[in-house]
Design a protein around this ligand. Structure first.
Ligand code: HAM
Length: 419
């Protein structure tokens, strides 16, 4: 028996209302802040992610799904959305549009991770990218937007953490200080952190192992090692966040798992930690577009994990709108009635009335059970006798009341019931 690949999931009909609800709210959010939708290919030339996400990151080093296509070019299923959007911005000359260009997407994302609750090998993200403006007001607006998203969804008890990790000017000196500090404790570091010490020093701050976490307390903090420009940017950001009444905390060990960030980074987490709890994260990436060959172009963005949001919606028992069921279920008895049922269902659908019916002959009781299970509001019962009399028996499934309705009045009658 085949099963869905490890770390992937089928999104079954019963979960689809959550997905529709989230997409609707993400679109509402995009409208509120002036973001336009973009879709990029599921796979890209592998080098795009090596250049941007970074060759020393877990994502690129251990987690990509990469393959050679039939002409021998190396491709990678996208392990995140930002790099593709920036590639598209450059490829389509969006630098000549009014800046910033604000784009959003929802997309499947592929990372070969160790699957567990809330961590999948294929997950889905809503992402929002604002490209072409470096002002801290935009960072604050974006963080406000991420925070508002969860308010629109009705999620409670979230925390918002921010940090600044500097830029290409001030980061090297900070990394040297960080490395010097951790080098003094090399023997106490976990195996991964010993490697990070040389390859990806900043990620030492992100280790979840308790021995490494306790070393973090005394580690130099990036916010105390910023150049004047980054410091001013961070001060402005905090002041704008206060103006927007956002309840942020500064977390000096927040560094994120992708190399492209500069200055602002932030994450939103549920207070009650559920497996792999971060539900949204992002920050500024002022060097990314230049890395891809554009002129220096500041940018900022965030993405939210759809599966993790749904876990939290369920955990907090948030009621989401139901997807409407078809209005009518046609039940028929006898061959002549079956012909009539086929005809009536076609006529109803032509008038925009969502209709279901049974196909194979079954007892009236079995058909009514099926109609009940479908969630339709009305059942139209047609027997050979009704065909002769040109009527159907229309039953309201909620009140169990039924009445004969002339066939040529059925559409009008049902339309009245919709409005
Ligand atoms: P990220 O933090 O790697 O950022 O992913 C964004 C969100 O996707 C996470 O906060 C989490 O909710 C969800 N997520 C990540 N990995 C998994 C997984 N394996 N299973 C389930 N959910 C997951 C980015 O990808 C950046 N591109 C965000 C960004 C946009 N930065 C700037 N612009």
């Amino acid at each position: 028996m085949f099963q869905a690949p490890r770390g992937t999931q089928d999104i079954l009909p019963e979960d689809q209302p959550y997905w529709s609800f989230l997409k609707e709210k993400a679109e509402e959010l995009a409208r509120l802040y002036g973001y336009e939708r973009i879709d990029t290919p599921v796979f890209e030339v592998a080098g795009l992610f090596v250049r941007t996400v970074g060759s020393g990151t877990d994502i690129v080093e251990k987690e990509t799904y990469s393959f050679n296509d039939r002409s021998g070019d190396q491709m990678t299923l996208r392990p995140e959305g930002t790099a593709s959007v920036c590639r598209a911005y450059i490829e389509h000359g969006m630098a000549s549009c009014p800046q910033p260009v604000k784009l959003f997407y929802h997309a499947p994302i592929f990372r070969y991770e160790r699957p567990q609750a809330g961590r999948y090998r294929q997950h889905h993200q809503f992402g929002f990218e604002a490209i072409g403006d470096g002002d801290a007001v935009l960072d604050a607006e974006l963080i406000d937007m991420a925070w508002r998203f969860f308010a629109l969804l009705g999620l409670r008890n979230l925390t918002l953490q921010i940090n600044s990790i500097g830029c290409h000017k001030c980061r090297p000196a900070y990394l040297a200080r960080l490395k010097e500090y951790y080098a003094g404790y090399k023997a106490e570091l976990c195996g991964d952190c010993k490697v990070r010490l040389d390859k990806n020093t900043l990620r030492l701050l992100d280790c979840k192992k308790s021995a490494c976490r306790s070393l973090m307390i005394g580690a130099p903090r990036s916010v105390e090692n910023l150049c004047q420009e980054c410091e001013e940017h961070f001060e402005q950001l905090k002041s704008h966040l206060l103006t927007l009444h956002l309840p942020f905390e500064i977390n000096s060990s927040l560094v994120r798992g992708l190399d492209y960030y500069t200055k602002t980074v932030f994450e939103i987490q549920p207070e009650e930690k559920l497996g792999q709890s971060t539900i949204a994260g992002g920050g500024r990436y002022d060097g990314l577009l230049e890395e891809l060959g554009a002129k220096p172009t500041p940018a900022v963005g965030f993405a939210a994990g759809i599966e993790r949001i749904i876990i939290n919606l369920k955990k907090q028992e948030i009621v989401i709108p139901e997807v409407p069921k078809p209005l009518v279920f046609i039940v028929w008895m006898g061959n002549i009635a079956r012909q009539a049922a086929v005809k009536v269902s076609g006529q109803l659908r032509s008038h925009g009335i969502a209709t279901m019916m049974t196909y194979t002959p079954r007892s009236l009781k079995a058909q009514l059970r099926q109609a009940d299970g479908s969630g339709c509001h009305y059942v139209a019962i047609i027997g050979d006798e009704e065909v002769v009399q040109k009527v159907v028996m229309l039953r309201d499934m909620r009140t169990a009341r039924q009445e004969p309705v002339a066939l040529d009045m059925l559409i009008e009658r049902l339309q009245q019931k919709i409005h």
